[in-house]
Design a protein. Structure first.
Length: 106
């Protein structure tokens, strides 16, 4: 009878070990749930970024306003008849540059 109880105890310890530490344990499941949550957050951020990029591509394909805005901000272009003003912070001097006349936008 003593062997029977000892065998039951060993089986119980083995099952508990598997639940708490082994493959498919509660700790592993909890870790996987955390990883799933992190991946969902990352996917949501990427979806939002993709939507912004789709909107920008659509805007660039359909209108000239986006192209004009890019030319102004990234290339420093101005339209015919516009005057370019560059404001400097007090105490800072403008570094000499080669005189290049910007190309006007159509």
């Amino acid at each position: 009878m003593r062997w029977f109880w000892l065998l039951l105890f060993v089986i119980l310890v083995g099952l508990q070990y598997r639940i708490w530490v082994g493959e498919g344990s509660l700790a592993e499941i909890s870790g996987l749930k955390d990883r799933i949550d992190e991946q969902r957050e990352q996917n949501q951020k990427l979806r939002e970024r993709n939507e912004l990029l789709k909107a920008e591509v659509s805007d660039l394909k359909q209108g000239l306003e986006a192209i004009e805005e890019r030319a102004r901000t990234e290339l420093g272009m101005i339209k015919d008849g516009e005057t370019f003003y560059q404001l400097l912070e007090p105490g800072k001097e403008l570094e000499p540059r080669a005189e290049v006349e910007p190309e006007p936008l159509p």
